[in-house]
Design a protein around this ligand. Structure first.
Ligand code: FAD
Length: 357
């Protein structure tokens, strides 16, 4: 019997669990070890923040999904890994061994803010979001699309509850810069219309008890900070002396396999694919990796050659912009309206439904 450990309940591993609901693989014992019994769907965080979804509408019960897929479930956070000895240590003190292992763990947990070391794992983010949206002067920090989405949803929620003080967004680049000039112009119009206060192309230099200082000497008063500073590599891989890229993300080939340790696989935001080092870390890629990951783990176990992952070129993006409106971005095209939000809502609901009874 081959022991397969799946670490983290990210998108690629969710796809494996969905496959195992319908497929029994002989001689394979699968266990999922992940930090939380619930996997929150980050595409719905903005809707939750705005008050459109309840907590139980945006999460998947991993324990129940595993039970239906005949996969053992362990709630634990892996803190140490020895790839040579094929053992891992969990925060609970648990020691886990394996024959083949796959990582799909969340690297969004840490803030790059100078002077703060705030840790917000996704399953703790909801409490933070609730606190930030009611705070007197909330400041969102980050240049990813998710930071703008969160700033707009908090603004929208506050409008509903007649909280007149503005929300502030500090971004180290121009808004949506990676999507091109048209997207930047459009989101600025929307943000202006929503009365969001924006500091673009400013880097946070310091945070004291009341103020945030930027590199342009702007002093921003705050009562609560929400850092959405993007993916950050887990220290797990570097400490295990696994091959990592310059930012500490686990290096895998386009087969999602590590070259040095062929029994180590990885997918989602925690890896960098050697053939696509510039690939933006987005859930759309993690989702597409799932079926290839399972296929290749099975092929590796039976000694067959592995398939290669090819990222989707120019995926579209749907951003929630508050008040049941959304922004659709595809290549150089931007469209704004209620239909975008409705489309995002349908996709979100379908995703969650695929994992419940
Ligand atoms: C507020 C916010 C909004 C976002 N909105 C969007 C969006 O609309 N669209 C989009 O594409 N992306 C969005 N993102 C980014 C998105 O979350 C990621 O792109 C996506 O979830 C990555 O998926 P993944 O499969 O890599 O892992 P994740 O979905 O992050 O899952 C990782 C899993 O690993 C577990 N885990 C973590 N560390 C350990 C450990 N040491 N041991 C065991 N288990 C562990 C976690 O509990 C979790 O189950 C958003 C992010 C944030 C913070």
């Amino acid at each position: 019997m081959t022991k397969l450990l799946l670490i983290g309940g990210g998108h690629a591993h969710l796809s494996i669990l969905r496959s195992l609901l319908h497929e029994e693989i002989s001689d394979l014992e699968v266990t999922l070890i992940t930090s939380s019994k619930f996997q929150y769907y980050s595409g719905m965080f903005s809707g939750f923040t705005e008050g459109q979804y309840d907590e139980d509408e945006i999460r998947i019960d991993l324990e129940s999904l595993c039970s239906r897929a005949s996969v053992s479930f362990i709630e634990d956070t892996i803190i140490s890994f020895d790839p040579m000895q094929k053992v891992l240590l969990g925060f609970s003190g648990g020691i886990y061994s394996f024959d083949v292992i796959s990582f799909d763990i969340e690297p969004w947990s840490s803030s790059e803010l100078i002077s703060t070391s705030e840790l917000i794992p996704k399953h703790h983010l909801l409490d933070k979001l609730k606190k930030v949206r009611t705070s007197d002067s909330p400041v969102i920090i980050g240049n990813a699309a998710e930071a703008i989405e969160m700033a707009l949803s908090i603004t929208s929620w506050r409008k509903k509850y007649n909280m007149s003080k503005t929300v502030t967004l500090i971004s180290s680049s121009s808004l949506l810069h990676s999507f091109g000039g048209k997207a930047t112009k459009k989101i600025k119009e929307i943000a202006h219309h929503q009365n969001l206060e924006i500091y673009e192309n400013e880097q946070v230099n310091d945070v004291n008890d009341n103020y945030i200082m930027t590199d342009k000497c702007t002093k921003v008063k705050y009562t609560s900070i929400l850092p959405i500073t993007g993916p950050k590599a887990s220290s797990l891989f570097k400490q295990a002396l696994l091959p990592v890229d310059s930012d500490g993300f686990l290096l895998v080939e386009d087969t999602l396999q590590n070259v040095e340790y062929p029994y180590v696989f990885g997918a989602g935001n925690c890896v960098t694919i050697s053939e696509y080092p510039e690939l933006v870390k987005r859930d759309v890629h993690a989702m597409k990796q799932g079926p290839i990951l399972l296929k290749n783990i099975k092929r590796f176990i039976s000694g067959r050659s592995l398939e290669r992952f090819k990222p989707r070129r120019n995926p579209y993006s749907l951003l929630s912009t508050g008040e049941h409106q959304g922004l659709f971005i595809y290549k150089n095209m931007t469209l704004h309206g209620k239909w975008v939000w409705n489309m995002k809502h349908i996709i979100n609901q379908r995703f969650i439904k695929n994992h419940v009874l």
